[in-house]
Ligand binder design. Structure first.
Ligand code: HAM
Length: 414
């Protein structure tokens, strides 16, 4: 037997309704915020991610599924959705469309990470990206959209926000970080030593215990924000408070991807183990320019669907019922089976979930099967019913039976 690759998961027929529920909820929220769907390829040229997501990130350094195609091009399976969305935006000249441009996606993403609960090598994201607005209102709207989505699913998370400033305040902050970490470098991991040179902010994201003990007392970015970034962050916080969205400011959030500037945020849960961030995002005002477009501000988030699923299952969140036949139509012999088949066909054309026998089962066995499927009604056609043009309809919940004309079944079910 060939097994499923490590870090991937099947969605079984008995579970797919949960996926559909989460995806439908995502689409419903997107509709309410007037956000249109986009779809970008599963793979892109590697350079998009190395330039977009950033050379100093774990995602680019360690986790990408990169290979050469038969034409000798370096290809990478998308590790996230933002870089592809930005590439699509630039390549299709969408900067000339009315701004802001709001897009959402539901996409698989691939990262070569050590699998554990809530961490897979292929996972799925629901993401929203808004291009073209610098206003802090957009930050609040995007955070509100994420919070609405999570609330609709009935999951409880806490929202942590931060501002990591713009290029100019970051330069000051990087200086302060370097001063702080320099005397401690000898005790820190090799990666952090290289981060120290290339991107000291990344050190705050290190998962090594030896490095983490130093980050707690490191300077805080919020003390280094320039007046514009500070005003922007205050604007976001005030609007969130106005909307009744509870948040805490966590100056340690730097996010694992390099394109962020100003507002960053995470929705976190303690119910699903070490991988508690179900949704993360932020502003990326420099990315479009970095990828060759005219400078344009943008902000977005992505929520991990597997983590949400885990959280919903762990906390007993309510899913809708899985799909069930409204009616199962049982025949007894060749002739009545053919009649059952035809009735089911007619109901299906009218959009009714109708089932009938495909296994040559006895009527008793058909009843048993219909019950297992959770059918609401079972209609039986015997010799007499066939002659009279009717069925005996049993309500599987209360056990009542009635004779219903074949032509009236649809109306009866309505
Ligand atoms: P991210 O924080 O890397 O951000 O990923 C977003 C979410 O994807 C995480 O919060 C988590 O729920 C899920 N996720 C990430 N890695 C895994 C994994 N290995 N297994 C399962 N779930 C995972 C981004 O990807 C940004 N593109 C978000 C964004 C959009 N920022 C601006 N716009």
């Amino acid at each position: 037997m060939i097994n499923i690759p490590k870090g991937t998961k099947d969605v079984l027929p008995a579970d797919s309704y949960k996926w559909q529920y989460i995806e439908d909820t995502a689409r419903g929220v997107a509709r309410a915020f007037n956000i249109s769907e986009i779809r970008t390829p599963t793979f892109e040229y590697t350079e998009l991610f190395s330039r977009g997501v950033g050379e100093t990130t774990d995602v680019v350094n360690k986790e990408m599924y990169t290979f050469e195609d038969k034409g000798g091009r370096s290809i990478t399976l998308k590790p996230e959705g933002t870089a592809g969305a930005a590439r699509m935006f630039i390549e299709n000249g969408l900067a000339s469309s009315p701004m802001p441009l709001k897009a959402f996606y539901i996409t698989p993403a691939f990262r070569y990470e050590r699998p554990q609960a809530g961490r897979l090598r292929e996972f799925h994201q629901f993401g929203i990206e808004v291009f073209g607005s610098e206003s802090y209102h957009t930050d609040a709207e995007v955070i509100f959209a994420a919070s609405t989505f999570l609330n609709k699913l009935g999951v409880k998370t806490r929202l942590e926000i931060n501002s990591i400033g713009c290029k100019s305040c970051r330069a000051e902050y990087n200086k302060a970080l370097k001063e702080y970490f320099k005397p401690r470098l000898a005790e820190m991991c090799e990666t952090c030593n290289s981060r120290f040179e290339k991107n000291p902010l990344r050190i705050l994201d290190c998962k090594e215990e030896g490095c983490k003990k130093f980050t707690a007392d490191a300077p805080k970015i919020t003390d280094y924000l320039c007046p514009d970034c500070k005003a922007h962050f205050d604007g976001v916080k005030n609007l969130l408070s106005d909307l009744g969205i509870y948040y805490t400011v966590n100056p340690r959030i730097v996010r694992g991807l390099d394109y962020y500037s100003r507002t960053v945020f995470e929705f976190v849960s303690d119910e699903i183990g070490a991988q508690g961030t179900v949704c993360g995002g932020g502003r990326y005002d420099g990315l479009i320019e970095e990828l060759g477009g005219k400078p344009l501000p943008a902000i977005g988030f992505a929520a991990g669907i597997e983590r949400l699923m885990l959280l919903m299952e762990n906390t007993g969140a309510a899913f809708p019922e899985r799909q069930k036949p409204r009616i199962y139509i049982a025949g007894m012999d060749e002739k009545t089976r053919a009649a059952a088949f035809k009735i089911a066909a007619e109901l299906r054309l009218k959009g009714i979930n109708a089932e009938c026998d495909l296994m040559n089962r006895s009527v008793k066995a058909q009843f048993k099967y219909a019950d297992k499927l959770g059918a609401e009604y079972v209609a039986v056609i015997g010799e007499t019913e066939l002659l009279n043009g009717e069925v005996t309809l049993k309500n599987m919940k209360d056990g009542t039976q009635s004779a219903v004309k074949t032509t009236q079944i649809y109306t009866y079910l309505q």
